[in-house]
Write a protein that binds this ligand. Structure first.
Ligand SMILES: Nc1ncnc2c1ncn2[C@@H]1O[C@H](COP(=O)(O)OP(=O)(O)OP(=O)(O)O)[C@@H](O)[C@H]1O
Ligand SMILES: [Mg+2]
Length: 411
């Protein structure tokens, strides 16, 4: 099936994206839908695995029969066997009546076992049996029952590691993995990130009747594509929603806005941006890019240090080594080294003050860089504020406010 043929399916299930790996996953799902083969969907958390089992069921010969989606990770270990395979009356304390269980109820249909890696080993043995022979036994019974259920399972844990650690049965893995489908992580989906962003921005704007949806500046698009997205589409959706609601002055998302949400471009080796010196290294554009990246790097370091400090003790054992930023080669020492409720003397750091001052200097230098950017933009556009604001991807109002803030009225 080519990309065009997949379009109606994508529309029906609200699937956005056109990258090869996504199309391949959808194509495989549709190909196997009409068979009874077990399918194992793998992929990191938040990549969008949950849409596939429904798509498989709806396109199978079982489409008129029952479909159940069960999250194996959310059912307590003590009741999971009874939930899946049913129980007899009096099988355990509290089993007042008999219970059919999903394998009985879904006879002729499809069961989606989400987070299958979370199943306890004893349940895995029962599952293997029903997959191999269609036979199962209710809890508290000795009667063998038959069922005809198609299994689609999903997991975001590395099953190979679980097998190695003795947490997942290898034979069950092979049985489930008859048809493997891998959903790609967002960071490998190229332009899809921008399409997804647009979809979520439009949805939230429509939901709250906002006059304008948020959109990305050209630089922000690059940042989005080069960020690693550990939470994948779920994270992108959450962040887009947050920005849609919180951005009031300007509806254009810039790299600075993204940095407030901890979205940074990363390189493979060090996770930090390298400044590109391609082309005219002294041009305004490359200088501006460089400053953006420095600001981003500084923001990130400060928040990382804040995080580290929240878990650190201030008992006086702390190393006095000043951390050095690999990106900027600037020592960055947060003021929080001094406990807010302690004086310096109590804190035992006679020399703590310089640290705090250095931190203040750093944050000032971010302002300084912003100020320089604004001066440059105004100079370049001969004082025309609208043009300067456009170039900086900020609203005229924000520029006006910043001009006042930095005392640049004469520029
Ligand atoms: N291609 C897509 N187009 C639009 N929205 C998507 C797409 N893929 C996923 N989503 C949305 O992203 C969110 C996360 O998807 P989903 O719940 O399927 O993740 P998952 O892979 O099951 O993650 P986990 O392993 O953590 O359960 C959902 O809100 C879903 O609607
Ligand atoms: Mg899921």
């Amino acid at each position: 099936m080519d990309a065009k043929e997949l379009q109606p399916i994508k529309q029906r299930y609200g699937i956005v994206g056109n990258c090869e790996a996504l199309n391949h996953a959808l194509d495989t799902a549709l190909q196997v839908a009409r068979t009874d083969l077990s399918v194992l969907i793998t992929g990191e958390s938040g990549v969008g695995k949950e849409v596939l089992p429904r798509l498989i069921h709806d396109n199978s010969l079982r489409r008129t029969r029952k479909y159940f989606a069960i999250n194996c990770g959310s059912i307590p270990e003590g009741t999971i066997d009874s939930e899946l395979f049913g129980h007899e009356k009096g099988a355990f304390t509290g089993a007042i009546g008999e219970h059919e269980g999903y394998f009985g109820a879904a006879d002729g249909g499809t069961l989606f076992l989400d987070e299958v890696g979370e199943l306890p080993l004893s349940t895995q043995a029962r599952l293997l049996r029903v997959l191999e022979s269609g036979e199962y036994i209710r809890v508290g019974s000795s009667e063998v029952r038959k069922t005809n259920v198609r299994i689609v399972a999903a997991t975001n844990v590395n099953i190979q590691v679980a097998i190695r650690d003795g947490k997942f049965r290898e034979d069950l893995f092979y049985r489930l993995n008859t048809i493997p489908i891998k959903m790609p992580p967002l960071r490998e989906r190229g332009e899809d990130i921008l399409l997804l962003f647009k979809k979520f921005a439009m949805e939230i704007a429509a939901k709250y009747q906002m006059p304008e949806r948020i959109s990305l500046s050209a630089e922000a698009e690059e940042v989005m594509k080069r960020y690693k997205w550990p939470g994948n589409i779920r994270q992108l959706k959450n962040i887009t929603e947050q920005m849609s609601i919180l951005m009031r002055e300007s509806r254009i998302v810039t790299p600075e806005v993204l940095s407030e949400y901890e979205i940074w471009p990363t390189t493979e080796e060090q996770g930090l941006v390298r400044v590109s010196h391609a082309g005219d290294a002294h041009s305004y554009q490359s200088e501006r890019e460089m400053l953006f990246q420095m600001i981003n790097a500084l923001h990130r370091e400060v928040s990382e240090l804040k995080q580290q400090l929240s878990t650190m003790s201030v008992s006086g054992k702390m190393s006095t080594t000043v951390p050095v930023s690999p990106a900027t080669m600037v020592p960055v020492v947060p003021s929080a080294i001094i406990h807010p409720h302690q004086t310096e003397a109590e804190n035992g750091h006679a020399d703590a003050t310089p640290y705090a001052e250095e931190y203040v200097e750093e944050s000032l230098s971010i302002d300084e860089q912003e100020k320089r950017l604004i001066i440059k933009a105004l100079e370049k556009n001969r004082g025309r504020r609208k043009k300067a604001a456009d170039e900086l991807h900020i609203s005229e109002r924000t520029l006006y406010r910043k001009i006042k803030e930095y005392g640049l009225e004469e520029t």
